[in-house]
Design a protein around this ligand. Structure first.
Ligand code: SAH
Ligand code: SF4
Length: 478
């Protein structure tokens, strides 16, 4: 008997929002009757969900898309799909058109809900399909999702970005900021808790401006079932109205992110609420107060500062000063002494002088982050900074990068040492290959713990005694 099953493979690059988009891609593929495979050679449809944030991310993706030419050989009818943020850059799409002929379908991130229709076209039209951004910036609810984990869930609360930081490509590829409806978010959160999820991360490029964006633009919300009715999907997708009947607790009237946190916190059950990312300019006292009042909100905030120099922050269009940033984290720690603060920094922004760099070092010393992601500035198409001369030499950037990483590693190491000997509550959220530490867990503040314990505790909150640490993780016994 021949195997008539059709297999789909989804490869994801980049941030949590892309991970969440890939869960939607898999969900739609399953609705269309595909089985999900993790082997690209087995796939009838292979999708690459790409990331555009830095040039090295782009190079890596394009290299791997090039390699996919090899999966075409055994079964010629394979469809190779290029989507995600790189599919929103006109020059990159041109490159795909000219040099990656094995790619059959290209569509930008804001059109993801039409995957069934696009795939149908790619199969029947006998020519390559290139979709452009409709610039409608719709919110499409009820897209089926195939979640990767049974413990941790991504919950997007907004899409796009209106901040236009001068170096960043996101506003150009993800479009205008729009917020999901509060009831839709609460319904999904409640469903996740009832489904046994223990760790829910609210996603957005700037979660602190959730709810505000729809006053600026009228976000158009549609149901997935309406957008693909003509594609003949199998399942009947419940309407938002049916889903909403489960929201019983009192919701806050003011549509602000701090109030959304309080509303989710009021859902009964043992679970953690995380969120990312917060833009410092919109991280208000109300946000920190709401965190402090809400026992289910994790004691962690990822608050990228990007530079410690006021001059560079202004050029980056970040909307805060170094002093304002430090004041905010001081206030947050006053309210929540156990708060874990992590951050992002960019070094080598065009025009960054030794003095600017020293300001960044000083901020890092003053802020004492638990962890920090250090990025070397990367010139991105369409951004205002791309017009500036890249003044810092690659050698100098590398030197500044290594120095900063060393300084942060020492801080992280010291911060982690303070956990040794303590017994803390962790969520066991992963299994590891090593025999010494067969489990992985996260503290409430999001720090990774390599854990000794029985595999049966996977998926539960347990108390763990921390026995040692290094600069990136803790080690302990359940
Ligand atoms: N919305 C988030 C950031 C998303 S991008 C926020 O504003 O915090 C994740 C990180 O990538 C950013 O915090 C920044 O540090 C880095 N980044 C963005 N564009 C970059 C570029 N052109 N070069 C180097 N790093 C960049
Ligand atoms: Fe990019 Fe700034 Fe928007 Fe973050 S807030 S996605 S860095 S433009």
């Amino acid at each position: 008997m021949t195997n008539t099953k059709q297999y789909a493979y989804v490869d994801t690059y980049g941030c949590q929002l892309n991970e969440s988009d890939s869960e939607k891609l898999r969900g739609m593929l399953i609705e269309m009757g595909y089985e999900i495979t993790y082997d690209e050679f087995e796939a009838d449809v292979a999708i690459v969900n790409t990331c555009a944030i830095r040039q090295n991310a782009e190079n890596r993706v394009l290299g791997n898309v090039g390699e996919l030419v090899h999966i075409k050989v055994p079964r010629k009818k394979k469809i190779i799909v290029f989507c995600g943020c790189l599919a929103g850059i006109p020059e990159t799409v041109e490159k795909i058109r000219e040099s990656y002929e094995h790619v059959n379908l290209v569509f930008p991130p804001n059109e993801i809900h039409s995957l069934p229709e696009f795939l149908e076209r790619a199969k029947t039209e006998r020519k390559r399909v290139f979709i452009e951004d409709s610039k409608e910036y719709k919110i499409v609810e009820d897209i089926p999702k195939h979640r990767d984990s049974k413990i941790k869930a991504w919950l997007p609360i907004m899409y796009g970005c209106d901040n236009f930081c001068s170096y960043c490509i996101v506003p150009y590829v993800r479009g205008r900021e729009r917020s999901r409806d509060k009831v839709a978010i609460l319904t999904e959160a409640k469903g996740l808790v009832e489904g046994g999820y223990k760790d829910i991360t609210l996603l957005g490029q700037n979660v602190n401006s959730w709810g505000l964006s729809n006053h600026r633009h009228s976000a158009l919300t549609t149901e997935f079932s309406e957008t693909i009715r003509h594609c003949g999907l199998r399942a009947a997708i419940p309407s938002t109205e049916d889903n909403n009947q489960g929201i019983l607790h009192q919701v806050q009237n003011d549509v602000t992110f701090p109030n959304l946190l309080k509303d989710i916190n009021a859902i009964p059950g043992e679970f953690l609420i995380r969120f990312m990312t917060s833009h410092p300019k919109d991280a208000s006292k109300e946000l920190f107060q709401a965190m402090a009042e809400s026992e289910k909100v994790a004691r962690h905030i990822h608050l990228p500062f990007q530079s410690g120099s006021d001059r560079i922050l202004k050029l980056m269009n970040r909307g805060y000063t170094r002093a304002e940033y430090l004041d905010k984290i001081a206030y947050a720690r006053e309210l929540m002494p156990e708060l874990v603060i992590t951050s992002d920094v960019i070094i080598g922004y065009p025009g960054e002088t030794e003095e600017d760099y020293n300001d960044t070092l000083e901020l890092v010393e003053a802020a004492q982050f638990e962890a920090m992601f250090t990025f070397i500035y990367s010139k991105r198409p369409m951004t205002p900074a791309a017009k500036l001369d890249d003044t810092v030499s690659p050698e100098e950037k590398q030197k500044r990068f290594e120095n900063l990483v060393t300084i942060q590693n020492e801080i992280s190491e010291k911060k982690h040492e303070a956990y040794i000997g303590k017994t803390i509550r962790v969520l066991v959220d992963g299994e590891a290959k090593g025999e010494l530490y067969p489990l992985k867990a996260r503290t409430n503040g999001g720090r990774l713990v390599h854990l000794v314990g029985d595999p049966s505790i996977y998926g539960s909150f347990v108390d763990a005694k921390i026995t040692h640490s290094n600069n990136w993780a803790l080690f302990g016994e359940a």
